[in-house]
Design a protein around this ligand. Structure first.
Ligand SMILES: [Fe+2]
Length: 290
């Protein structure tokens, strides 16, 4: 059973959004929608997300779920805009509880942020199954990049979130709160047990060496050619490589705004008395000393 997969590349953040639809019933999910954000002005926008909305309307998609593969640190989620425009319930992996609690501390958030998962309509557990018309959606917990990382298997299409990227780009970093390279290794090995022809859709593509953005590979291609984690790479070697590489990486450009919105399921923080929503910046907490 091959669901229909439509992919949307968000150039400013290198993110991929997917609409996955059962061809018979038109039951559909949207995975990882992106809200535009200009960090210079602090303005959000929906032009990119509205392309996804228009596609869903034109295809007659019956959007049942808006799914996050994790609380992203590199782009703001448009989940609430999609929910308002198309319906569908917003869901994420159950590990978001740990992510919410960690970032509640880091951003010094107050009692108005419960960090109990209730911002989301549903928290998904490992191995949970949702029905999607004639398709079944299988939730596979893939912690390592973050506690809440999940992959979604729909028919023969696997949405891997931030675990592996395209084979020429390797794997996701593991240095965020709750990240663990050994755990990522084991999560990826679990995905690699899926049938070799399984279509693999990545969460990001940063277009190395200026090539065109790509989103699709297969389990066989990843096992043969992933530059960080192909068949034959040991857990120890992977963990050493990942730790060394992570030590050189900067904090993502949009981590501070993105996380504060995404742990609230894509809602802006509650407005102050003046009606304006504000973000918080913890000084000298994140990243390495200058
Ligand atoms: Fe991520």
């Amino acid at each position: 059973m091959r669901p229909v997969v439509s992919a949307f590349h968000h150039k400013p953040t290198g993110s991929w959004t997917y609409v996955v639809m059962d061809a018979v019933t038109h039951a559909a999910v949207v995975i990882d929608p992106v809200l535009d954000y200009d960090s210079r002005s602090g303005r959000t926008g929906t032009a990119s997300a509205d392309q996804v909305v228009a596609h869903c309307r034109a295809a007659g998609a019956d959007v049942l779920w808006i799914l996050e593969t994790h609380a992203h640190a590199d782009h703001l989620s448009a989940a609430q805009h999609l929910h308002t425009s198309l319906g569908g319930r917003v869901a994420i992996g159950r590990g978001v509880l740990q992510v919410q609690q960690a970032f509640k501390r880091i951003f010094g958030l107050g009692a108005d942020f419960a960090a109990d998962g209730t911002d989301f309509d549903r928290l998904l557990a490992d191995d949970e199954r949702l029905s999607l018309g004639q398709q079944e959606l299988h939730v596979i917990a893939v912690p390592g990049h973050t506690n809440d990382s999940v992959a979604y298997l729909i028919g023969d299409a696997l949405f891997v979130g931030d675990t592996i990227f395209m084979p020429d780009s390797g794997t996701a970093r593991c240095d965020f709160p709750g990240g663990d390279a050994a755990e990522l290794y084991r999560s990826v090995q679990r995905l690699y047990q899926l049938p070799p022809q399984t279509r693999v859709y990545v969460c990001h593509d940063y277009c190395p060496d200026g090539r065109e953005p790509r989103c699709e590979s297969s389990i066989a291609e990843q096992r043969a050619a992933n530059v960080h984690l192909r068949d034959g790479v040991s857990e120890d070697a992977f963990v050493q490589m990942r730790r060394a590489r992570d030590a050189t990486l900067d904090v993502p450009n949009l981590l501070i705004p993105a996380v504060q919105v995404n742990i609230r399921a894509g809602r802006l923080p509650p407005a102050d008395a003046d009606g304006v929503s504000y973000l918080r910046v913890p000084l000298n907490v994140l990243g390495r000393p200058l």
